[in-house]
Design a protein around this ligand. Structure first.
Ligand SMILES: CCCCCCCC(=O)SCCNC(=O)CCNC(=O)[C@H](O)C(C)(C)COP(=O)(O)OP(=O)(O)OC[C@H]1O[C@@H](n2cnc3c(N)ncnc32)[C@H](O)[C@@H]1OP(=O)(O)O
Length: 217
């Protein structure tokens, strides 16, 4: 996704809800920094997809290894405390500034539902064209966790996450994703989500999210 599309996606969510989509830290710089960091995470995701697809020769493997080791050496001294990090903490961005799970492009979000698209690249291949069975709950935890924590609700953690695999989830296709709040009972919230390939239900999940008590990690 380009920086312009990332900004447009965030702006749409803001205009729909009248507020920031979910808690966002301002510790990590302004809009330009966000867009630049999102470009980095997209470039990294693209690299992982291309790596997963390619069969490079020894010379290219050695060259890439050297380049990656060089970047690691450069980043090593820049390590900061968890709360000051950027990776995975840009909750105002579609990718959340991370590549651990695929980017979810939300077209709609309200207090109790969200819908949009998700694209699993080749990096997430399990086998025979199907997404890895572990990557699917990872994506569900991502969207359900975001929704559970949206709209000024107190921070929540996943207590359980149940996934049913209804048909294969294909790699390399834009899939529909939907999540909604089913019930609230004190600190407990049950949410559900689905992934569709066109009309085909690929997988569905139910998660219990429990609001943290003060002092709970
Ligand atoms: C923007 C970010 C997007 C990404 C979001 C990612 C979210 C995550 O993945 S969080 C990481 C994964 N989750 C964890 O590490 C959680 C680990 N577990 C915990 O910390 C605790 O067990 C925790 C907080 C869930 C609940 O503990 P605690 O606060 O002591 O609550 P506890 O009293 O045991 O339970 C509260 C209620 O929930 C119920 N409950 C708790 N766990 C479960 C469970 N697994 N199944 C069913 N019910 C449960 C209890 O029965 C109780 O119900 P009731 O009030 O009716 O008696």
């Amino acid at each position: 996704m380009t920086a312009e599309r990332a900004e447009a996606s965030v702006a749409k969510v803001l205009s729909d809800t009248g507020e920031r989509p979910w808690r966002s830290s301002d510790l990590h710089g302004g809009d330009e920094y966000s867009a630049t960091y999102e470009d980095l995470t997209h470039a990294l995701g693209d690299f992982l997809d291309r790596l997963a697809e390619a069969r490079p020769d020894t010379e290219l493997i050695e060259s890439m290894t050297e380049s990656l080791a060089g970047w690691a050496r450069e980043l090593g001294p820049l390590a900061v405390r968890e709360r000051d990090r950027v990776f995975g903490r840009r909750t105002d961005l579609a990718s959340r500034g991370q590549t651990m799970s695929p980017t979810i492009e939300l077209a709609e979000i309200s207090d109790d539902s969200a819908s949009g698209t998700v694209y699993f690249g080749s990096y997430f291949l399990g086998g025979n064209g199907a997404v890895h069975g572990g990557a699917i709950p990872l994506m569900f935890d991502e969207i359900l966790g975001r929704l559970a924590n949206a709209s000024g609700r107190p921070p929540q953690r996943t207590a359980y996450l149940h996934t049913d695999y209804r048909s294969i989830t294909p790699v390399g296709r834009t899939l529909g994703v939907r999540a909604w709040l089913c019930s609230e009972d004190g600190r407990k919230r049950i949410l559900r989500a689905t992934i569709h390939d066109g009309e085909t239900l690929c997988a569905e999940a139910e998660g219990l999210f429990v609001a943290l008590k003060p002092g709970q990690p």
